[in-house]
Design a protein around this ligand. Structure first.
Ligand code: SAH
Length: 234
């Protein structure tokens, strides 16, 4: 009798888990339709990966149910995972193609790295806050991402051993353009980075490099957690 009760309980737990997963899939679909397609996200590969990747696995337990809302969320250590629309927009602008070498500065939860990886990029990502970086590493491994290499450290200097990169995404707000990142951009490469004063509104900026020449284009006003240096100062 007791055995039967335990079995029933286990079955119920599995069922509940199944329902929760279905709920998340439904929430994700609504997110893609209402927050991305209804705005200006039209790149089919970006939409497909945002439909697939379980964003709720990248946020703390208490925020799972809010994972698909139209907002940024705390991920611990005073940092945030960006709003889905901003993630999609930056990804669309970067236009990563299968097999391209991609550098991300500011791993945070690892969500953006997962997206770049599912687009077929060979992803290198740097996080300055060690506990966040370690947690992201475990999470990405558990979710089966193999083409993401993560390093803990100050991303200001990029990753010279692996450079040049076809695409660079900076997901923390910088006051100025880090020179080493410019130098590590391949010819034909793209970099997307929020630039502006700390505490204020920044401009999401697209830098492109062609025939050795750099072009800079302001895309939209955004708010981002600050890009900090190893000294701990912004
Ligand atoms: N892309 C992340 C969100 C990033 S929030 C995601 O998908 O979840 C910005 C991150 O940049 C924070 O985790 C912050 O610790 C990190 N960061 C800030 N300055 C940095 C630097 N100089 N080098 C590397 N990471 C940095």
């Amino acid at each position: 009798m007791q055995k039967a009760a335990v079995l029933l309980l286990i079955c119920l737990m599995f069922l509940q888990e199944g329902f929760a997963q279905q709920d998340y899939t439904a929430l994700r679909e609504v997110m893609v339709r209402e927050q991305l397609e209804a705005r200006d996200i039209s790149d089919s590969s970006v939409l497909a990966v945002m439909r697939r990747i379980p964003r709720h696995e990248f946020v703390p337990e208490d925020y799972k149910d809010l994972a698909y809302n139209d907002r940024a969320l705390p991920i611990g250590e005073g940092q945030t995972i960006s709003q889905p629309y901003i993630v999609a927009y930056m990804t669309q602008v970067l236009g990563v193609q299968e097999g391209e070498k991609v550098l991300e500065i500011g791993t945070g939860s690892g969500y953006q790295a997962a997206i770049l990886s599912e687009l077929g990029g060979e992803v290198y990502t740097i996080e300055i806050v060690e506990p966040l970086g370690m947690a992201a590493k475990r999470r990405l491994k558990a979710l089966g991402y193999r083409n993401v290499t993560l390093r803990i450290g100050d991303g200001y200097n990029g990753w010279p051993e692996v450079a040049p990169f076809d695409a660079i995404m900076v997901t923390a707000g910088a006051e100025t353009l880090p020179q080493p990142l410019m130098e590590q951009l391949a010819d034909g490469g793209r970099m997307v980075i929020p630039i502006g004063p700390h505490g204020g509104v920044r401009q999401l900026t697209l830098i492109t490099r062609k025939n050795g020449k750099f072009k800079s284009e302001k895309l939209m006003a955004v708010r981002f957690v600050p890009f900090v240096r190893q000294s701990g100062k912004p």
